[in-house]
Design a protein around this ligand. Sequence first.
Ligand code: ZN
Length: 261
Amino acid sequence: MVARENSKTRRKLRNNKRVMENDQEEENSGRGGVGKKVAIKTITGGGMKTTILKLVMGANALTYFLIIFFGVVVIFSVFPSSSPASENTTPGNPSGQYFPVVGYKGSIPRLPSGGAFGALRNGGTRYHIGVDLGAPPGTKAVAVKDGSVVYYQENFYGGTDAVLVNHGDYVVDYTEIKVNPPFKIKGATIKGGEEIGTIIKNQNGGGSMLHFEMYKPWTTINLHWYPGQEKPDAILDPTQFLEDLLKSSIKTALYSESIGS
Ligand SMILES: [Zn+2]
C-alpha cells in the first residue's frame, strides 16, 4: 500500500513535472510570441519614427534651401550695383562683335596705367573716362557692331575727331582718330567691322591710339568726370568689355585690307 501510494505520488509528481514542463514550454513559446510582437512593434515604431524624421528633415532641408535661394535672389535684386562684376559689366555680348582696332597687338590697360579707365588727367583735375588702345598711325578703327552716328565733333583733341555711335544697348565714342566722311553726319548708319576712321598722331603729343569711351544707350554727347564728383551715370567702364572682345571678337574686320604696321 505504501509502495503503491509512493508510486502514485511519484506518478503525480512526474505528471505535475510534465505539466510544469509543458507550462514552461508554453510560457517560453508565449514569451517568444510576445518577444516577436515587441520586436515587430519596435521595428514598426522605429520605421515610423524614421519616416517621420525623414519627412521632418526633408522639410527642413527644403525650407533651408528655399530660404537661402530666395535670400540670394533678394540680395542680388536689392543690391545689383554692389557687385564689382555688375559694376564692370557693360551691355552686349562680345561674341559676333569686332575689336575696334584692326590688328591690335597690346593688352587692355588697367590702373595704374595712364591709358586705363579712371586714370587721372590734366594734373589730376579730371578722370580719363576712356581706354587708350595704342596703335601706329594709319591703323584702321572699326565699329564694334552695327549702329548709327549720334554725334560728331571735328578737332575733338589735338587735331583728331570724335564720333559717337549708338550700338543699341550702348553708345561708343570713337575718338582721337580721323573720322571717315560718311560718318561725320548724324544719323549715318555703320555696320559692325566697317572702317569708321584712321588712327592718327594727335598734335598734343603722346602716342597714337583709339581713345574708346562707352556710355549708356541714351547718350548723345561725350561727358566728363571730375575728382570729387560722383561718376556720371551714363559713363560706363569699357575695360572688361574690351578684354572679352579682344579674346572672343571677330578678328578680321569687314573693311580692313590694310592693317597699320
Ligand atoms: Zn584716352
